[in-house]
Design a protein around this ligand. Sequence first.
Ligand SMILES: Cc1cc2nc3c(=O)[nH]c(=O)nc-3n(C[C@H](O)[C@H](O)[C@H](O)COP(=O)(O)O)c2cc1C
Length: 185
Amino acid sequence: MKVSGIICSPRKNGNSEVLVREILKSGGFEDVEMFYANEMHIMGCQACYYCDKHGECAVQDDMQKIYEAIEKADVVAFGAPVYMFGLTGQFKLVLDRLFAFLGPAPEFKSRLPVGKKAVLVVPQGYEDSREYETHIDQMKNAIATVGFEEVKVLSAPGLNAPGEASTRPDLMEEAKKIGQSLSHA
Ligand SMILES: Cc1cc2nc3c(=O)[nH]c(=O)nc-3n(C[C@H](O)[C@H](O)[C@H](O)COP(=O)(O)O)c2cc1C
């Protein structure tokens, strides 16, 4: 199985990365490609609608590497921490550009091959995981619309220090279970 991890936190070895790596390790995946959105040159969507006519994005930047990886991947794990009650800037840039996988309105039919799975890893400082349920549902819907048949979520509350997730057996266990379930799919 081909797998991609897309880390949309600016922190290397932060909680998003720790949990995404645990998922990928537990899945036993061999063909893994990691992307760090913060280190890539990714412009915001230019709303040119070139993708509507041509089936691909006109903007030639590092997002092209992510498009190629997603087209080939069976599983994509997004590290998407909560910033200011919502998405990090890095994830918003990626997410908007994934619009290029959609056909024209009103159907917005995905061009991605069927059967892909995604997992959203959502670390957050706040202790109560219910706080961001709406935000997480919206991200989940957006990723499903892009063309992922199944979107799993690991909501990880109470995390502040970078990499603190590795000291939380509950979250590491949940990551492990998600990884195993993805590999058996
Ligand atoms: C600019 C900024 C905004 C944040 N906003 C929130 C927030 O609104 N709610 C929350 O629970 N945590 C918030 N956090 C905390 C992060 O979600 C938390 O530290 C998370 O573990 C970061 O993931 P990472 O280690 O992968 O970077 C914020 C952190 C930063 C730096």
